[in-house]
Ligand binder design. Structure first.
Ligand SMILES: Nc1ccn([C@H]2C[C@H](O)[C@@H](COP(=O)(O)O)O2)c(=O)n1
Ligand code: ZN
Length: 159
């Protein structure tokens, strides 16, 4: 029997990472994968424009006049994964490649998700990040970092 098979955590984070590759955002690609207590994937998503909004008709910039940036238009990976799901998310886990912002955190908590597993926390310490963690701690939604998947994928790809 093979012993170096990947863990469930790495498998679901791998699905989140793969989803992120669909993102048109030139700076930050985010993927999310929601898993139920039976280890079934019940929703996946990535950051992108709302359905019907043409990717080439909207800005993808980070700076400039607010209306000329991506920020008012992009739907984050986490709400896309929540909206793509077809079942109750009670007691589910969400694997997300970037720590959720405060707005996504509200939706995650309200949907019944009980744990967040993330790869990167690049906005750690920002006001939004502090607010997100305050809500998660208060609502007793767990969160933990997972980063070995990158090491694993790199070693697999170099074979
Ligand atoms: N947890 C998150 C955080 C951010 N996003 C999206 C929203 C934007 O497309 C991009 C962040 O832009 P940046 O200012 O880092 O270039 O990532 C998300 O989907 N989920
Ligand atoms: Zn967000």
């Amino acid at each position: 029997m093979r012993e170096d098979y990947i863990s469930w955590d790495d498998y679901f984070m791998g699905v989140a990472k793969l989803s992120a590759l669909r993102s048109k955002d030139q700076n930050t690609q985010v993927g999310a994968c929601i898993v139920n207590p039976d280890k079934r994937i019940v929703g996946i998503g990535y950051n992108g424009l709302p359905v019907g909004c043409n990717d080439r008709d909207f800005p993808w910039e980070r700076k400039g006049d607010f209306l000329d940036t991506k920020y008012p238009y992009v739907v984050h990976a986490e709400p896309n994964a929540i909206l793509n799901s077809t079942t109750s998310l009670k007691d589910c886990r969400i694997y997300v490649t970037l720590f959720p912002c405060n707005e996504c955190t509200k939706l995650i908590i309200q949907s019944g998700i009980r744990e967040i597993i993330y790869m990167e926390d690049k906005y750690n310490g920002s006001k939004e990040n502090v607010a997100a963690k305050r809500m998660l701690d208060s609502a007793k939604v767990k969160y933990r970092e997972l980063h070995r998947i990158d090491v694993y994928l790199k070693s697999e790809l170099s074979k």
